[in-house]
Design a protein around this ligand. Sequence first.
Ligand code: COA
Ligand code: THG
Length: 604
Amino acid sequence: MTAPRPLRILMLCHSFNSLSQRLFVLLKSLGHEVSVELDVADSVTEEAVALFRPDLLLAPFLKRRIPASIWRSTLCWIVHPGPPGDQGPSALDWAVLDGQARWGVTVLQATDELDAGPVWASAGFDLRDTSKGELYRHEVAQAAQTAVAEALQRLQAGGLQSGGAENGDRPGPHAPKPHWRALMRQTDRAIDWQRHSTAEVLRRMRSADGQPGLVDQLFDLPCRIWDGHAASAELMLSLPSAAPGSLQAQRDGAVLRRTVDGGVWIGQACLADTAPAPAAPLPSGSPSPRFKLPCSLLFSEQCSALPTRPATLARDPAEWGELHYAELGPPDALVGYLSFDFYNGAMSTHQCRALLAAIQQTNLRPLKVLVLLGGRDFFSNGIHLNCIEAAAHGLGEDGAGSAADASWHNIHAMNDVALALITTTDRLTVSVLRGNAGAGGVFLALAADEVWAHGEVLLNPHYKNMGNLYGSEYWTYLCPKRLGQQGTEQLMRQRLPVSARSAEQMGLIDRCFTGPPSTWDAQVTEQAAWLAKAYNLPERLLRKQEQRASDEAARPLADYRQQELSRMHRNFYGFDPSYHVARYHFVHKLAHAWTPRHLAIHRT
Ligand code: COA
Ligand code: THG
């Protein structure tokens, strides 16, 4: 049997989000020629189809209707985050809110009726009790890859003779019963604090994760909220009794709100368009922010009256907190595990400083190996663009008076974390990417001796997409060590997502776990324990110390930092406003006006 001919595939997306990127790297790894067009306007999509003449148009994340002028002449597939038969724009939201036990992803053909076309393939998964965003980036992405790969096999097995739906519908393997579910409204998931249990509140919040968030009130101001976590029973017992709905404490940027049977930590909020400014001392002229922020930053004035209830580092993981530390293994082969589960992987100045303090605390422990686990959902996405943007609204961390100052503080704080890792030479350090990493978050990972990744992780190891940012985190030291100068330049120039597997192949990371996802955590502990008790560990550490000393003699780390930061200073404070414009667009989620040329290869 001859290998099927590669296809020309045009991806049409509302934005080039994590699911689109996962399918992009899958299609490229299968040898197809892939171009991307963002869904700006029908006429622009028609132009893209005319230019690229794709065999297939694939829509992994599309909110608008594909016009008949396109789906009648070109085979178009929709990746729908629901099982066969499920239809509508809020598929995952409903699945989470309804507490479904199993869910799925369907590849269906676009026709006139939304989500009702022939099914080409589907894949199912068990629905974990977690947020929509996390499901979307893990289970949904995984099932989407399986279903798209299967649909492509069917397409290639049947040849390309039948194009659009009109020249011969090809019914899928199943004939699902259609079930339309309308757009979820805020009233469908509204919280009644006088009535709903903690579990009920969390389910409602989790159904709204990412977008659109859940409409509620904090400090009597209408807002949308995200990032809910159950408070422990011990903590609730330690607090004065209060009516359900009362705000009682703060921790790690979150506020604690009492429910009828416990409490919920609320991490993030965004003021409703109708809400007045949250705090009196906003500098005159600065509009109040209308984007997602940590609650304690958005409501800093109100939060000053709430007691802070910090979580200790090494504690029962059931007690929620962003940072967590645990040790495993015998005293002579002790492994420390430090996780930093920051919402969306974004790391503000405060969060970087807290992480640095935690790393310094672990330095006092007699460890052989320190494992940096990042967060469950993301390893890290670098500096916190929303917190930086907040400075332009008079809400900068530490009183940063401008977004440029806030960016400057944040990158210094990130660099301090990277520096602490690079200069830890009395033990081995390992970064474990359990979720995606982007920009500075990738290079932070490279500051460890070894970098391992879960099999389905996606990396975006470049900075330029954020208004041509130069980048720091010692990338000019760390990346050439792994890829050489040429490889580094190519990676930075390409600005494309990279799968963990290809990152391993190119030498950017050391190990990518295979096998079922349920085994990855166990593989991490097994491998880390093995490193810690390896007979040659003392020699390895000696070599590491010698290498660091000779690197330092050749060119001090301070020099790398200074060179990178001089370029970043220009990005933050210079004449070219590209970074500030790009960040503004990103944080405010403004619609794309065009597709970046490095994605739309049909336009180059
Ligand atoms: N600083 C601050 N924020 C950062 C950041 C940084 N350095 N890096 C990333 N982020 C944020 C992004 O702004 C985004 O914010 P959000 O929580 O407001 O969405 C978040 O991290 C995740 O990044 P992104 O890549 O944009 O999204 P995703 O693809 O990983 O996540 C969902 C997707 C589920 C969260 C969300 O986009 C969604 O609801 N999608 C719906 C999909 C769907 O059901 N479609 C049906 C039609 S077919
Ligand atoms: N056929 C065609 N185009 C499509 C799909 C299709 N485009 C993408 C679409 N499937 C993905 N699924 C949906 C399903 C429903 C809705 C949007 C995308 C939807 N939208 C409402 C609207 O646009 O008015 C309301 C949504 C809103 O208000 O945000 O119902 O199968 N040709």
